[in-house]
Design a protein around this ligand. Structure first.
Ligand code: CA
Length: 389
C-alpha cells in the first residue's frame, strides 16, 4: 500500500456576526482539512489547527514540504513517517506551523490505519475506557460592546448554554482585570451556584493581573483559569499555580514531547490541554498524554475546528486512561464551541449531532464506532466552501 497524494482543503465562510477573544476580533470561520489518498482506494482525513492566513501557509507546508517526503511510502508506517518529516524539519521549526501541518497528515494516516484494520482509532490505540464523554459548551465570546452590555450578554448566554444541556460552560476574558471579574460574576449568576464554569484568558495578562483575576475566580468557584499568561512564561505559571486555589490550565500553544516536557517539569499546570491538530497529530499526542500522566497531570483536550477535529478528539477521549482511577473517577470533557460553525455541523454525510446528543443524553456525546475516525466528509460540501490557497 502506498500514499499517492496529500491534498489540503481550506474551507472558509463569513460568520453571521463578528466574535472576539482577548487577542483579536474575527469575522470569518476557516477550517484546514487534509486528505491522504492511497493506491488501494482508501482515503484518510485529518485537520490542521490554524485560522485564516495561517491555514493558507500551512497548506503550502503540507503540499510542498511534507507531501514530497511521504508520497510512495506505506501509510501504515505512520510513526516512521512522523520521524522522517520531523527530523528533516527540525532545523526549520520545532514548534508552530510545521507541527500544525504534520498534525493533519498524521491524523489522516491514523484514519487510514483504522480503515485498513476495520477498527476505530480508539480501538487501535488500545480500547475504550468510556463510550461517551461529557461535553462542555464554550461561548461568551467578546464583542465590540461596552463592558456593561457584555456583562448582561454573558449572564444570559451562560444561562442559555446551561439550558442546552451541556455538562459545563466556558467564558472568554480579555477586557482587563476589573471588567473581567464583573464578566465572571455575571456568568456565575447566569448558571447558578452548582454548575461548573471555566474562564479562558488566551494569555492576555501579566502575572500580577492574573493573580487579581484568579482570586476573583476563586471566590466564584470557577473550575479552571485557562491560559492566564503567555505560554512561554513557565515561571509565571508555576507562581500562579502555587498561589491560587483555582485550577490553572493551558498547553494549547505547546508542541511535541520536548515542548511538553519543559511545561510539565516546570510544574506549570493543574490541567493539561493538548491540541492534537497542532502539537504533532495523534502519534505525538499519545506521547504527550503519557508524559502528562507520568507527571500526574490530568488531561482535558483542547478542541477547535471542524467535525474532523471533533471526531479525532472523541476517539482520543474514549481511549484516555482514567487518572488516577477509582469508582467515580475524574472524567475528561469534550470541548465544544457553541458559536456558529458550519464546518462542524454540516461537513459530514452523517453529522455527529453533538448538540442534539447533549440535550437528549444529559450532557454526554457518544464516540463514533466506525473504522478510523468513524466519519465521512461530504465532497460536495467541501467543494462549496473551498478557497484557493
Ligand atoms: Ca483556549
Amino acid at each position: 500500500m502506498k500514499i499517492t497524494q496529500i491534498k489540503s482543503h481550506i474551507l472558509q465562510y463569513d460568520l453571521p456576526e463578528e466574535l472576539g477573544y482577548s487577542q483579536q476580533y474575527y469575522a470569518r470561520r476557516t477550517a484546514h482539512l487534509v486528505e491522504v489518498t492511497t493506491d488501494e482506494g482508501i482515503t484518510g482525513w485529518g485537520e490542521c489547527f490554524g485560522p485564516g492566513n495561517v491555514a493558507i501557509a500551512n497548506k503550502t507546508i503540507v503540499e510542498k514540504v511534507i507531501q514530497p517526503l511521504v508520497v510512495g511510502e506505506n501509510p501504515l508506517d505512520r510513526d516512521v513517517l512522523w520521524h522522517k518529516v520531523y527530523n528533516l524539519l527540525r532545523d526549520h521549526g520545532q514548534k508552530g506551523m510545521p507541527l500544525q501541518s504534520l498534525s493533519g497528515v498524521d491524523i489522516a494516516l491514523w484514519d487510514i490505519a483504522g480503515k485498513v484494520a476495520g477498527l476505530s482509532i480508539s480501538q487501535l490505540i488500545g480500547g475504550r475506557h468510556r463510550t461517551k464523554v461529557p461535553v462542555y459548551g464554550y461561548g461568551m465570546m467578546l464583542r465590540r460592546e461596552d463592558a456593561s452590555s457584555l456583562v448582561c450578554r454573558f449572564k444570559h448566554e451562560a444561562a442559555a448554554i446551561k439550558e442546552m444541556g451541556f455538562a459545563a460552560t466556558k467564558m472568554k476574558l480579555g477586557l482587563g482585570p476589573k471588567d473581567d471579574a464583573k464578566l465572571a460574576q455575571a456568568v456565575r449568576e447566569g448558571v447558578g451556584p452548582n454548575f461548573r464554569f471555566m474562564a479562558d484568558a488566551n494569555h492576555c495578562y501579566t502575572t500580577a493581573d492574573a493573580f487579581y483575576v484568579g482570586r476573583a475566580l476563586e471566590e466564584l468557584d470557577c473550575y479552571w483559569f485557562e491560559e492566564p499568561i503567555a505560554p512561554e512564561d513557565y515561571d509565571g505559571y508555576r507562581e500562579l499555580r502555587a498561589g491560587l486555589k483555582v485550577n490553572i490550565s493551558g498547553g494549547e500553544a505547546e508542541f511535541n514531547r520536548w515542548g511538553w516536557r519543559g511545561l510539565l517539569e516546570a510544574r506549570a499546570l493543574d490541567i493539561a490541554q493538548p491540541e492534537v491538530c497542532a502539537l504533532g497529530g495523534i502519534s505525538e499526542y499519545l506521547r504527550v498524554l503519557a508524559l502528562c500522566h507520568a507527571h500526574f497531570v490530568p488531561v482535558v483536550n483542547h478542541v477547535w475546528g471542524s467535525a474532523v477535529a471533533v471526531a479525532a478528539n472523541l476517539q482520543l477521549l474514549a481511549a484516555m486512561p482514567p487518572l488516577p482511577g477509582g469508582l467515580f473517577p475524574s472524567e475528561p470533557m469534550l470541548e465544544f464551541d457553541t458559536t456558529h460553525n458550519s464546518f462542524r455541523d454540516e461537513l459530514l454525510k452523517e453529522p455527529l449531532g453533538i448538540q442534539q446528543q447533549v440535550k437528549q443524553n444529559g450532557g454526554y456525546a457518544s464516540v463514533p464506532s466506525g473504522p478510523g475516525l468513524g466519519i465521512e466528509p461530504d465532497p460536495d460540501f467541501i467543494r462549496h466552501y473551498e478557497i484557493d490557497g
